[in-house]
Write a protein that binds this ligand. Structure first.
Ligand code: SAH
Length: 250
């Protein structure tokens, strides 16, 4: 269905995107399989498939690394010691600006706790989608219910209203964070919600209607306070996203 010239490099990302039908997430299903952004209402758009692919490809190595750590700790602990709690061995992912719900669902497929299971070689996990526009929280829930409702019943995916500038401190830290709207500056509170030892965020940064770039931000070490030196920041490519707005949400 999707011919994405060389952007999808890995089997897990391809598999995750194949498991979520984009037709359930766009306003006009006739355009579901074109590689272009589509309107989802409220002046917002579902990103083009190649942008979702880039984001997932950037996040995948980190999820793979943490999954391997979980799996190895299980082997090493064997039966001799108290097993680590189920929660501790789960990947946690935050999707800021879940909009249509499409990428939230694709991330959910990667770490599916339900009967389909996570996509090899990943461990299972939980994906938290947040959006600042209440109607879009409802829309993502509605879209995911169409053919991916098992992601809700298995507890893999949840969506709620939230402001990306604040993130979701109650559920952090996250092994990976995706931001689907452009921040004019790097958001420190959100960066501090990355898992301290190697958590990765993919985020567009730049002023509205100006130059924006997609960045990969990796948290290198633990610290109580934000310090830019504790993060490795890489510029991936030039992009064009709607702005990450400042809301008056508490
Ligand atoms: N990943 C989504 C992108 C939707 S467009 C998709 O592919 O469908 C960007 C989204 O970011 C919109 O839904 C918008 O409401 C949301 N958004 C903008 N500012 C936000 C903020 N401060 N916090 C959370 N979401 C925000």
């Amino acid at each position: 269905k999707l011919t994405l010239a060389g952007i999808i490099k890995s089997t897990p990302v391809k598999e995750a995107l194949l498991r979520v039908d984009r037709a359930n997430y766009v306003e006009n299903p006739a355009n579901a399989y074109s590689d272009a952004p589509q309107s989802i209402g409220y002046a917002q758009t579902i990103s083009a498939p190649h942008m979702h692919s880039h984001a997932l490809e950037e996040i995948l190595p980190t999820l793979t690394k943490f999954s391997r750590e979980f799996q190895q700790s299980e082997i090493m602990l064997g039966e001799s010691r108290e097993p680590a709690s189920e929660e501790e061995k789960e990947l946690k992912i935050l999707d800021v600006g879940c909009g249509s719900g499409y990428l939230t669902a694709a991330l959910g497929r990667l770490v599916d706790r339900g009967t389909q299971g996570p996509i090899h070689p990943l461990s299972k996990g939980r994906v938290f989608g947040i959006d600042v526009i209440p109607e879009l929280v409802t829309l993502s829930r509605h879209n995911i219910m169409k053919a991916d409702s098992d992601l809700f019943t298995s507890g893999t995916v949840s969506v709620a209203r939230g402001d990306g500038w604040n993130g979701l401190p109650s559920e952090g830290p996250f092994h990976a964070i995706h931001v689907g709207a452009a921040a004019e500056t790097f958001p420190p509170s959100l960066m501090m919600q990355l898992y301290p030892h190697g958590g990765v965020m993919v985020i567009p940064v730049g002023a509205n209607n100006s130059i924006q770039n997609l960045y990969r931000v990796e948290r290198l070490r633990d610290s109580d306070h934000y310090n830019r030196d504790d993060f490795r920041i890489q510029n991936l490519l030039g992009v064009r996203y709607v702005p990450l707005v400042h809301s008056k949400m508490p």
